[in-house]
Design a protein around this ligand. Structure first.
Ligand code: ATP
Length: 700
């Protein structure tokens, strides 16, 4: 047994004091396979150990329905051992807390801390990798504590702050806490920071680990209020983390509310989306109607096409009516939250989600998870600046998280559309994002905090060439100097760091007054910071394309987006107008809010908000001040494999089929994104002239 581990369970809470140093390996291990349940799945019992509250389906359902929210809280494993947890938190400045999915870590730990007023004069920050989780959990915890969200319990996500000076429990995206650290690296507003879902290893969380380590040390040295740090997950690599945090204790919380039974496919499926549709209907014909389903797919288009297929089949299928709810990052926030509403009486809710529903969230009513085992992953090539989007198999940790979305208000089932052997062969955890993402925004933030990026203590160091490329880009943007010795921010760089956007785009805003186009640049950057504003339902694609023509500019996609935004601002009945024009009302409204916030920062710097009117070339020239490295040139001679362009980084690519430039192919382009799916595409592109580039340069 290892002395740095302690185990707490409802059963041993009282005696735990005496047997503090126990290693409890009571994680989500599947132990044994049982006989096949039906033609396509093998049933495997999860390892419930002796800690599951075993209830029959019927009993559990009755409990979930009849008990009020407070009673449900008291049943959570975390609640039962709250005094022991408090003791551990009091004792340790840093600790790792591992507990099964649904055991109550995210919702209860902050309430337990606040209940004992352990945070003192400061607040408790709880970070989430995803926006939707931060919002829905804050709403739930506010309801549990019988307060309005925004008072004692609040949330902060990019461009949305629902907190007040009274807020003590603040759910926030990891990116937002990182931004706060730029202003105050010691995070003095907080006495407790909880880094939740640590296994996801987003860049922001990884950087926060380092920031918090430094802040903790400095606060102690300066005799300020100590900073308590709790790192939480159901499925993380504890040894690496404990080592990183100076061998801090790891507390295992035993127990889960309801068991989840896992089923694996007997044979592999070639077409996982097709297998998902088949499984939905197989279960639909046998499961009680109040068992809602959550299906994990990889992206918006796939979700839309699966929904289309389900609708066709449902017309003649047996079973209750289906309420189909998509859930992906690009979906307007209001529509995302619809997923949390109950299905109409007598209907079954089927949520079709990407991995944004994978961790932290509780969607009430979900009793069956259908896991395709696939995920769309973004990787980045530092050398060429190309982003690659590829569909790949998710890690084991992700599969456990997905299964954990069931069994939260009653016993659940998870159907994995891949074999047990396939599962066993998968990586235990995802590769940390920091080793596969563009780092310029993170490095700019670090330097703004006064941290030397080359010596910053990260759990996993990013590839050296990725750091070098990002530092060089920041130098070319004019944000950083002395990149080879001690990188420091220039006056311009300090201003750039004040914007919560990619430095390429903050540079555009700060350059815009020179081109007399800050008015347009603000709108454009706001719209590029939002999700897709065009909304073309599958069955109306042709019509939507026709309508789009009226906004299309021969100069390309950026001015087309600007035209959309201007027309949206002028429209009186905005919702109706968006519907008629196949535009996404929520995303455009969001872009307006983003614009307001960016405008406020510009006003702080006394920038002149003038408009270039119809002189749109000014906007494109201004774009090049930030996107100079995102240029592509038409190839001379024949296209290679259909790719007609070559980027400044030397990547052969083609214009995205949705580009307003097509069918024309201007000799030079600026683009917002270079995306690899099956091919390399230039996304959101506009025509430019080579002599507009700073110094007339053609390629770096
Ligand atoms: N929005 C909600 N609606 C209904 N019940 C909820 C909601 N959020 C949480 N719960 C209940 O609270 C329980 C604990 O949720 P919580 O998110 O705290 O668990 P967790 O241990 O953090 O899980 P995970 O590791 O999956 O994030 C859930 O199992 C569910 O029963």
């Amino acid at each position: 047994m290892d002395s740095k581990y302690a185990s707490i369970s409802a059963e041993n809470a009282k005696s735990a004091n005496k047997r503090k140093h126990i290693l409890s390996i009571n994680k989500l291990n599947i132990k044994k396979a049982k006989t096949p349940l039906n033609a396509t799945h093998i049933k495997i019992s999860p390892n419930n150990g002796d800690i599951n509250v075993k209830k029959s389906d019927h009993e559990a359902e009755k409990t979930a329905i009849s008990e009020d929210i407070q009673e449900a809280r008291k049943k959570l494993p975390v609640y039962a051992v709250r005094n022991r947890i408090l003791e551990e938190i009091r004792k340790n400045d840093t600790m790792i807390l591992i507990g099964e999915t649904g055991s109550g870590k995210t919702t209860q730990i902050p309430q337990i801390i606040h209940g004992a007023r352990l945070e003192g004069a400061g607040a408790i920050a709880i970070t989430q990798p995803r926006r939707v989780a931060a919002i829905t959990i804050a709403l739930r915890v506010a309801a549990e504590s019988k307060t309005e969200v925004g008072s004692i319990v609040g949330y902060t996500v990019r461009f949305e702050d629902v907190t007040s000076p009274r807020t003590k429990i603040k759910y926030m995206t990891d990116g937002m806490l990182l931004r706060e650290a730029i202003i105050d690296p010691l995070l003095k507003a907080y006495s407790v920071v909880v880094l939740d879902e640590a296994h996801e290893r987003t860049v922001s969380t990884d950087v926060l680990f380092g920031i918090i380590k430094i802040a903790q040390k400095e606060r102690t040295e300066k005799k300020l209020t100590p900073l308590k740090v709790i790192i939480m997950s159901a499925t993380m690599d504890v040894d690496t983390f404990s080592k990183y945090f100076n061998n801090c204790p790891v507390i295992y919380l035993e127990g889960r509310t309801y068991p989840v039974t896992i089923f694996h496919s007997k044979t592999p499926h070639e077409d996982y989306a097709y297998a998902a549709v088949c499984t939905i209907f197989q279960l639909h014909s046998t499961m009680p109607f109040n068992h809602d389903f959550l299906v994990f797919l990889t992206g918006q288009e796939e979700i839309e096409s699966v929904i289309y297929n389900i609708k066709q089949i449902a017309k003649s299928a047996a079973g209750p009516p289906l309420k189909l709810c998509p859930l992906y990052a690009g979906l307007p926030a209001g529509k995302q939250l619809q997923v949390w509403r109950a299905a109409p009486a007598g209907a079954r809710k089927v949520v079709l989600a990407t991995n944004i529903a994978e961790a932290s969230v509780t969607i009430p009513g979900i009793k069956c998870v259908i896991d395709t085992g696939m995920v769309k992953e973004r990787t980045w090539c530092g050398g060429t600046g190309a982003e690659r989007l590829r569909v790949c198999r998710c890690a084991q940790a992700a599969a456990w998280q997905r299964a954990g979305r069931a069994g939260r208000d009653a016993p659940g089932r998870a159907y994995r559309l891949y074999t047990a052997r396939d599962f066993q062969g998968r990586a235990a955890h995802n590769a940390p994002e920091i080793v596969r993402c563009p780092l310029a925004p993170t490095i700019l933030s670090l330097i703004a905090m006064g941290v030397e990026p080359n010596t910053f203590p990260l759990i996993n160091a990013p590839p050296a060439d990725s750091v070098r490329t990002s530092l060089n880009l920041l130098r070319e943007l004019g944000a950083v100097e002395n990149v080879d010795t001690t990188p420091t921010l220039t006056v311009l760089g300090k201003k750039m760091a004040a914007f919560p956007i990619d430095p390429k785009y903050s540079k555009i805003l700060l350059s815009a007054p020179e081109y007399d186009c800050l008015d347009e640049a603000l709108s454009l950057v706001a719209i590029l910071s939002s999700e897709n504003v065009f909304h073309a339902p599958m069955h109306k694609r042709e019509e939507a394309l026709k309508v789009k023509q009226k906004f299309t500019s021969p100069l390309g996609d950026h001015i087309t987006l600007l035209n959309v935004f201007k027309a949206f601002c002028k429209a009186t009945l905005k919702k109706q107008w968006c519907k008629e024009n196949y535009l996404n009302h929520k995303n455009l409204t969001y872009a307006c809010e983003v614009r307001q916030q960016l405008l406020k920062i510009c006003q702080r710097f006394n920038l002149n908000v003038s408009s270039c009117g119809q002189a749109h070339e000014q906007v494109l020239k201004c774009l090049l001040t930030g996107l100079f490295s995102n240029c592509a040139w038409l190839r001379e001679g024949a296209a290679v494999g259909g790719a007609r362009y070559v980027t400044a980084g030397g990547v052969p690519a083609r214009l995205h089929p949705a580009s307003a430039l097509l069918p024309a192919r201007p000799p030079a382009l600026v683009y917002s994104e270079l995306l690899h799916t099956t091919r390399a595409y230039l996304v959101t592109a506009s025509a430019v002239q080579a002599n507009w580039l700073p110094g007339g340069k053609r390629a770096r």
